[in-house]
Design a protein. Structure first.
Length: 482
């Protein structure tokens, strides 16, 4: 269904000027509520003053959907220029008249306030029917069945519901207009029940002769007296429903970034609170608190909550005892939940108090990472493993210096290749041993070189030692193959 839409944008400073001079035309497509192909020239006037929106819907002969039925007539009256509710005599015969109209309702924003809907009916000065007369109070009811103005007749009327019906009082003059009829709840029902809402029926409260209410329909040639529906509401930005916080031990900094708000009421979940926008608070005890914030701006008041977990400052600590190559590690951290040990040689443990057997002497940087409900903290210490005089193995340690500046092994860890480079010695042979000290593979260098590329394709991933023979001695390096 096609609509011609006219928007009036009104600023306070240019209200009168813009109202007279500014017209902007745009087109939009909206799917029809009925399965009938129709070409509609529909005028929707929308103007905005500050945050208030008014939408005036006034259909015409080409796009309007209204009809009149009468118990006396057996013909369809979908294009009559009158919108009538009557109980009268026609050619000496009694007849009851009712009228039906349907407006295409616009889509509404998700956030709005002060919604209101009004209808305007105007006396049809050109009607051949007698004007307003008798005790002619009428009711406006929601139509709950689909209908077509080309098919509707007295004996084929759609059903209506009396829920939230609107009563128009009897007229006080023969040509009285009825502007600004409050139909807010009736239109709200149409939005709430779109599958059972198909417009409005007007009928007399008492359908005994002689009574009549004669308005103009959307088919009237005078567009000024055609019926209209006016929808109005206020739009505004709701307050943000999220705050940020940073926990440092039992101390917590709260921040709220919405600058449109003018009032803040914090509840820290322990009986205490604050009216500052960005408060800082010290909790006496660790735990999880349901922290709530109530904020106010020009649009609305909003309350929202988040769970905030408060912990004591996490201070990781451990001790260890060494017996030969065996080390017992003991966690000394308070309130830790998870533990991760890095023994500095490619081996790890998730136990709280692990025992680890080092295979080779040396200095190892052992690190403990501890996690609680709030954070992860780490501490490291150096563990020195002395050489066991009784230890024997094929690897041996001639010049065990993993930090020697004369030999560079990279990348480390490596996967497919590793480069061995020296700036001060010549490399003649490279032997690879696994972590158990068992020989794995040997590489002879044809002619002493100080730069060598080692293929690792045939070697499984794991922790290894490189025994590098040079022109000045033997150096051992660690290598991790991933």
């Amino acid at each position: 269904m096609l609509f011609n839409v006219i928007y009036y944008y009104l600023s306070p400073a240019l209200l009168i000027k813009n109202f007279i001079n500014q017209l902007f035309y745009t087109h939009m497509k909206i799917s029809s509520l009925i399965r009938i192909v129709m070409s509609v020239q529909f005028v929707l006037i929308s103007y905005i003053t500050l945050a208030q929106v008014h939408i005036v819907i006034k259909p015409g002969p080409e796009d309007g959907k209204d009809a009149y039925v009468n118990s006396y007539y057996e013909r369809m009256l979908g294009d009559t220029p009158s919108f009538i509710a009557a109980a009268w005599t026609y050619d000496g015969n009694e007849g009851i008249g009712r009228s039906f109209i349907q407006f295409d309702l616009p889509e509404l924003p998700a956030e709005m306030h002060n919604f209101k809907a009004t209808m305007n009916f105007y006396y049809n000065y050109s009607s051949s029917h007698v004007g307003h007369g008798g005790d002619n109070s009428v009711k406006l009811e929601r139509i709950i069945e689909n209908w077509s103005e080309n098919d509707i007749m007295w004996y084929y009327q759609p059903a209506v519901t009396s829920q939230n019906a609107v009563i128009l009082p009897a007229s006080t003059s023969e040509n009285q207009d009825y502007p600004n009829i409050d139909v807010t709840q009736l239109i709200c029902d149409m939005y709430a029940y779109p599958k059972s809402s198909f417009g409005i029926r007007m009928s007399l409260l008492d359908e005994t002769i002689y009574r009549s209410m004669i308005f103009a329909s959307s088919d009237h040639e005078d567009e000024n007296i055609r019926p209209s529906l006016v929808i109005s509401y206020d739009t505004c930005d709701m307050p943000s429903d999220h705050f940020n916080y940073e926990v440092q031990g039992l101390f917590c900094n709260f921040t709220y970034d919405d600058t449109t708000t003018t009032s803040w009421n914090w509840n820290f979940g322990n009986g205490y609170g604050s009216t500052l926008r960005n408060p800082s608070y010290f909790f006496n005890d660790p735990g999880t608190y349901n922290v709530c914030l109530t904020v106010v701006n020009s649009c609305d008041t909003l309350t929202f909550c988040q769970s905030v977990t408060i912990c004591e400052e996490l201070v990781p600590a451990f001790t260890f005892t060494i017996e030969d190559m065996n080390v017992n590690f003991t966690n000394q951290t308070i309130d830790g939940l998870e533990y991760f040990w890095d023994f500095g040689n490619g081996f790890y443990s998730y136990l709280e108090n692990p025992e680890f057997q080092f295979e080779y002497p040396g200095e190892y940087l052992v690190c403990l990472s501890v996690t609680d409900l709030c954070e992860t903290a780490m501490i490291c210490d150096t563990v020195i493993i002395e050489e066991d005089e009784n230890q024997s193995g094929e690897l041996g340690i001639d010049l065990f210096d993993s930090n020697s500046p004369t030999i560079n092994v990279y990348p480390n860890p490596a996967s497919e290749y590793v480069f061995i480079k020296s700036t001060s010695v010549l490399i003649s042979r490279i032997d690879i041993y696994n972590s158990m000290g068992v020989f794995v593979k040997s590489y002879n260098v044809d002619g002493a070189s100080n730069n060598y590329r080692l293929s690792l394709h045939s070697i499984n991933s794991g922790f290894y030692f490189l025994r590098i023979s040079t022109d000045t001695g033997v150096i051992t390096k660690r290598l991790v193959i991933s």
